[in-house]
Design a binder for this molecule. Structure first.
Ligand code: ZN
Length: 175
């Protein structure tokens, strides 16, 4: 994680030092007029379970690491001025060309082992409302899959953590 390797204060560029702050060893700025502390918090991310009327789920094949070449749910990190729903509308559009409506929160999954940074991933059930299927952004491919015909290689443990827990049929709109 970048914050463990930080060398200089983000605010005043003084070299950071290890200090116990609020009961934990943290990187902190020793300058008395600064005292900036590097708090290590999980990132916020969102993942979309987009299902069509037939109950198929929308997956993308990843163009980049981690899990390059594997399939995964469309997902991304939340920008500071976005709600998680906004993040998904943007990410699904960029990665698949499909316009979505976010239905409801399915789960919040803490992922401590992502090598980039730990994250809280908000997983939402969504439905397609338009657009044309085409891969873009970080996706090499985008496709609809029936739940009983999922690809073998699925990244981020999406199969066990999310896909295996979905009801077989998509919920009808408004359910
Ligand atoms: Zn400082």
């Amino acid at each position: 994680m970048w914050s463990r390797r930080a060398k200089f204060c983000l605010l005043c560029a003084t070299p950071l030092e290890r200090a116990v702050v609020e009961g934990r060893s943290r990187l902190a700025c020793p300058a008395v007029d600064c005292r900036f502390v590097v708090y290590e918090n999980p990132a916020s991310a969102a993942a979309a379970v987009v299902r069509d009327a037939a109950g198929r789920v929308l997956l993308i094949r990843r163009r980049i690491e981690p899990y390059r070449g594997a399939w995964a749910l469309p997902a991304g990190y939340q920008e500071a001025d976005e709600s998680p729903e906004d993040t998904l509308i943007r990410e699904v559009g960029e990665e698949t060309g499909i316009a979505i409506e976010v239905d409801r929160l399915f789960d919040l999954i803490f992922v401590p082992d992502d090598h980039r940074k730990p994250a809280n991933v908000a997983v939402y059930l969504c439905r397609p409302v338009g657009g044309e299927l085409r891969a873009g952004h970080d996706a090499a491919e985008a496709r609809w899959f029936a739940l009983d015909d999922l690809p073998d290689e699925i990244g981020f443990d999406n199969r066990a953590r999310i896909l295996s827990r979905l009801p077989r049929a998509a919920e009808p709109p408004g359910a």
